[in-house]
Design a protein around this ligand. Structure first.
Ligand SMILES: C=CC1=C(C)c2cc3[nH]c(cc4nc(cc5[nH]c(cc1n2)c(C)c5CCC(=O)O)C(CCC(=O)O)=C4C)c(C)c3C=C
Ligand SMILES: [Fe+2]
Ligand SMILES: [Fe+2]
Length: 344
């Protein structure tokens, strides 16, 4: 009998099971009914009417078409790349590694059950939410859901959690090194750090009144306790640290936010709008990195690599280069193991 006492559980966002409209509806219903993702209206009944009655029926067919453009023979890029990350980690550690998703499959309960069955002597599972930055709709929902399942199922192992790592030295090193060849081998006018957006109120609702100016491009909140739960502060910090390591002057890089859903104000500037405006401002060649994601997915491959590139070129841009996510970059694999090792 194996005497394994510790295991790693990678948790990513998740994808639909296939590109069929019914599978898209199932996935989007689960995703968008999460109150940490769509929090308004506060009444569950009204949210159900909005999500299941309006947003999902309208969005599912369009999303299905978008997923078809990036789907691989093995399935969704996000899941395939997360599985590949698991395989690379397993080559470098004796600890078993399992994968689960916040929405869709594999479900965290199935992953935890698998670990328990395979390793009855298990004492600790280290949960790795695969998000560098803290948001209600990403890191927080993943952690709270995993904790809820862990408690409900009464597993005998302890669940430890890797904190958000947006300024961790090893993570910044890995992100920088994964981007470096693109920065060094391409002529460019602007390096765009395009982060997944969130509604502005997900920042302001969370923090003491008056502490946030969500429009100052240089900085966000100043209280360290608030910064630890502020997505905007964290993406600004990641960007500055990477730009510094790459030796980029201020005028060579910028931050923008993609993937807006609905009409409420989200963090700005919006990437799609900016891509249409940059050529006229003299930025004809852009490099685009998407550091909110550690693995390439629909939002990087289709929204940026497909749609974003088209918007830019159609509006007079000359060269659009998408920098891949860290995926299975060897420096990232090493850094992730170090991050896991830091959890106490
Ligand atoms: C990186 C962290 C993410 C945050 C923060 C986030 C917030 C957020 N997302 C939506 C709505 C959608 N996001 C969708 C796809 C998607 N989102 C993330 C990550 C974050 N989302 C990833 C990794 C992906 C890709 C999944 C994949 O299978 O490749 C989608 C689904 C696709 C679509 O229909 O466009 C939606 C919808 C909201 C509303 C939100 C914050 C409130
Ligand atoms: Fe999203
Ligand atoms: Fe902030």
């Amino acid at each position: 009998m194996s005497q394994v006492e510790k295991a790693i559980l990678l948790m990513n966002l998740g994808s639909p099971d296939s590109t069929s409209v019914p599978d898209l509806k199932k996935y989007l219903n689960e995703f968008l009914m999460d109150p940490r993702v769509i929090d308004k209206p506060a009444s569950k009944l009204l949210r159900t009417i909005l999500v299941k009655g309006i947003i999902v029926p309208l969005r599912a067919p369009k999303s299905a078409e978008a997923y078809k453009t990036v789907w691989t023979k093995d399935g969704s890029p996000l899941i395939v790349l997360t599985d590949q990350l698991k395989a690379e980690l397993e080559k470098k550690t004796d600890l078993p590694v399992e994968v689960c998703m916040r929405y869709g499959n594999p479900h965290p309960k199935v992953a935890m059950d698998n670990l328990k069955k395979k390793y009855p002597s298990l004492k600790e599972v280290v949960l790795v939410p695969l998000y560098p930055h803290y948001a209600w709709s990403s890191y927080e929902t993943a952690v709270e859901y995993a904790k809820e399942i862990h408690q409900k199922e009464g597993y005998s192992f302890k669940l430890s959690i890797v904190p958000q790592f947006y300024k961790d030295e090893d993570y910044i090193h890995a992100l920088t090194e994964s981007m470096r060849p693109y920065v060094e081998q391409n002529e460019f006018d602007l390096l765009v750090f395009s982060y997944h957006g969130i509604p502005e109120r997900h920042i302001t609702a969370r923090h003491p009144a008056g502490t946030h100016d969500v429009h100052d491009p240089e900085k966000c909140c100043t209280d360290p306790a608030v910064q630890e739960v502020c997505y905007r502060h964290q993406v600004i910090t990641t960007t500055k640290l990477v730009a510094q390591k790459l030796g980029l002057p201020k005028e060579k890089y910028t931050i923008s936010f993609q993937s807006r859903l609905g009409r409420d104000p989200w963090l700005q500037p919006y990437t799609a709008k900016s891509l249409a405006e940059w050529p006229a401002k003299g930025y004809k060649k852009v490099l685009v990195a998407c550091p909110a994601f550690v693995s390439d997915c629909l939002e990087t491959l289709e929204e940026m690599g497909g749609e974003g590139s088209e918007i830019f070129l159609h509006n007079g841009g000359e060269k659009f280069t998408l920098i891949p996510c860290m995926n299975t970059h060897p420096v990232w694999v090493e850094s992730l193991l170090k991050l896991i090792g830091k959890v106490r």
